[in-house]
Every structure is written in structure tokens, then in C-alpha cells.
Design a binder for this molecule. Structure first.
Ligand SMILES: Cc1cc2nc3c(=O)[nH]c(=O)nc-3n(C[C@H](O)[C@H](O)[C@H](O)COP(=O)(O)O)c2cc1C
Length: 183
């Protein structure tokens, strides 16, 4: 079982990073191999809508998304972590998600079927609806790709890393990681 995680916060030591790492720690305890990528450290251009991928079966933008395509296709389960920015995913996360268009092509898309997807979000507002747009975006995407979408791990946290002190939330993240990586 290989679990690959994508961290969409630019904030090192931030809440998203803590949540994703706790999820991966849970996955590791049930034997998963894990990898993580901090999107903000990578050069990922927004999709240009050129549709070259529909002909060549591969995005033509030669940037750091190229190795991520291979990581995704090779994984059994994916974790996407994003802070909520303006009631949606961060720009880093959205650019990454849009670039999945590059593997949404016949002959490649099928390889995603059955891979599990777990979303985790951190946000400041205690209104749980704050994450609705991001959750719905990822849930719909998962349905499109026929990827089982697990219950998201949502955390109300504002200051850098404060979620690490929320034992109940961290426990939920840990358990979600175990569930994600248990066949
Ligand atoms: C540009 C920006 C936009 C934000 N927009 C929202 C928002 O719409 N709703 C909310 O509850 N929190 C919002 N926040 C707060 C963050 O979601 C919150 O601080 C979160 O814990 C950050 O996660 P991180 O530590 O992983 O970066 C925003 C923060 C920033 C910097």
C-alpha cells in the first residue's frame, strides 16, 4: 500500500502540514509506504487549457507536475491537504487539482479508478460550512475519477501549527490515516 500526500499550504509547520503528517503516521502504523510533497516548494504552472493532453495523453507543460503524475498513478491512496483560503482550497492546491486534467484522458484516467482519496482542511472560522466548497470540489472530482472519497478530516485552527495541540483532531487524523491505508 503506497500513500502519497500533497500539502497545499505555503506555511511550513502549519496546520495542514501537521494534519497530513499525522494522517501519514497513521497509515505507516498499518504498514503503508508514504511520501509527501509540499506544493508550494514546487513549480506547478496553472493548466493552460491547450488540450494537448487529449492527443498526447500527457500534459505538455514540463514542470514539477510531471513527476507528480507518476507518483499519483503509482499510489494506492492519495491525501490532499489544504488550508481554506477564501472559502476554497489554496491557489497552490487548485493549480495542482486543475493539472489533474492532464491525466483525465482515455487510457490514463482508468488507472485512477479505485485509488482512495482523503482530504484534510484547516480553517479559522468555527462554522463547519467553511470547508464545504473545498469538500464538494474534491468529492465531485473523486466521483468523476471513480476514487472512493473518505470522510474528510476538518480542523478549526488559525495560528501556525496550533492544531498540534488539539488532541481529538490529531487523533481523528491518525485514525483516518489508518483507515485510508487498510485494505
Ligand atoms: C489568504 C488567506 C485566506 C484565508 N481564508 C479563510 C477563509 O475563507 N475561511 C477561514 O475560515 N479561514 C481562512 N484563512 C485562515 C486559514 O485557513 C487558517 O489560518 C489555516 O489554519 C491555515 O492553515 P495552514 O497553517 O496549514 O496554512 C485564510 C488565511 C489566509 C492566509
Amino acid at each position: 500500500m503506497k500513500v502519497v500526500a500533497f500539502i497545499g499550504s505555503p506555511r511550513a509547520g502549519g496546520n495542514t502540514e501537521h494534519l497530513v503528517r499525522e494522517i501519514l503516521r497513521g497509515a505507516q502504523t498499518v504498514g503503508a509506504d508514504t511520501a509527501e510533497f509540499v506544493l508550494n516548494k514546487l513549480a506547478i504552472r496553472p493548466c493552460q487549457g491547450c488540450d494537448a493532453c487529449k492527443k498526447t495523453k500527457r500534459c505538455r507543460i514540463q514542470d514539477d507536475m510531471q513527476p507528480l503524475y507518476d507518483e499519483i498513478l503509482d499510489a494506492d491512496a492519495l491525501v490532499i491537504g489544504t488550508p481554506i483560503y477564501f472559502w476554497g482550497p489554496s491557489a497552490q492546491t487548485k493549480a495542482f487539482l486543475d493539472r489533474l486534467y492532464g491525466i483525465d484522458v482515455e487510457g490514463v484516467r482508468e488507472k485512477l479508478v479505485g485509488k482512495r482519496l482523503l482530504l484534510t482542511c484547516a480553517f479559522a472560522d468555527s462554522d463547519p460550512a467553511t470547508a464545504d466548497n473545498a469538500v464538494n470540489m474534491l468529492r465531485t472530482g473523486a466521483e468523476w475519477f471513480e476514487m472512493p472519497f473518505l470522510d474528510p478530516v476538518l480542523a478549526v485552527a488559525s495560528a501556525r501549527g496550533e492544531v498540534a495541540d488539539q488532541a481529538e483532531t490529531m487523533q481523528r487524523a491518525f485514525e483516518a490515516g489508518k483507515t485510508l491505508a487498510t485494505r
